[in-house]
Design a protein around this ligand. Structure first.
Ligand code: FES
Length: 139
C-alpha cells in the first residue's frame, strides 16, 4: 500500500463510522488515551455483561484514520469476552480495514489502547468521567 492510499473499507468507516457516542450506567467503563505523536485523544465506552462486551461506543478527537480504526475496533470486539478483546491488536484492526497507510499506523494505536484501558478500568473498578468541553479544548 502506498503511504497515502486508503482502502475502500477505511474510507467507508471514516465516512460512516459505527458506534459513535457514549454509554452510561453502572455496567459501563471508560478508557481514554492520548496519542503522543499527534496529541489527539480517544475515549472508548464499554458496557460489560457476564464478562462480555455487550455494547461499545467511541468518541475521538483525532484524524480520519483514528475514526476508521475506532469504528472497526468497535465492530470487531462487540460480543467478545474481555480476554478476547484484550487480545485484539492494532495490527488486527488494520488488517480488518484491508491495511492502513504506513504513516497512519500510529493512529490505530488509539483505538486498541483506549479499549484496553477501558477493560483495565472495568476490572480495577476505576471510574472515569466523560471529558468536558473545556477539558477537550485544553488537550
Ligand atoms: Fe492524530 Fe491520527 S493524526 S490520531
Amino acid at each position: 500500500m502506498k503511504s497515502t492510499q486508503y482502502s475502500e473499507k477505511t474510507l467507508d468507516h471514516f465516512r460512516n463510522p459505527r458506534n459513535v457516542g457514549t454509554l452510561e450506567g453502572d455496567d459501563v467503563a471508560i478508557g481514554r488515551v492520548g496519542n503522543p505523536v499527534c496529541g489527539d485523544l480517544m475515549e472508548m465506552y464499554i458496557q460489560v455483561v457476564d464478562d462480555r462486551i455487550a455494547d461499545i461506543r467511541f468518541q475521538t478527537f483525532g484524524c480520519g484514520s483514528a475514526v476508521a480504526t475506532s469504528s472497526m475496533t468497535t465492530e470487531l470486539v462487540k460480543g467478545m469476552t474481555l480476554d478476547e478483546a484484550l487480545g485484539v491488536t492494532r495490527g488486527n484492526v488494520a488488517d480488518a480495514l484491508d491495511g492502513l497507510p504506513p504513516v497512519k499506523m500510529h493512529c490505530s494505536n488509539l483505538a486498541a489502547d483506549a479499549l484496553h484501558d477501558a477493560i483495565k478500568n472495568w476490572r480495577s473498578g476505576k471510574k472515569l468521567n466523560p471529558l468536558t468541553a473545556e477539558e477537550v479544548a485544553g488537550v
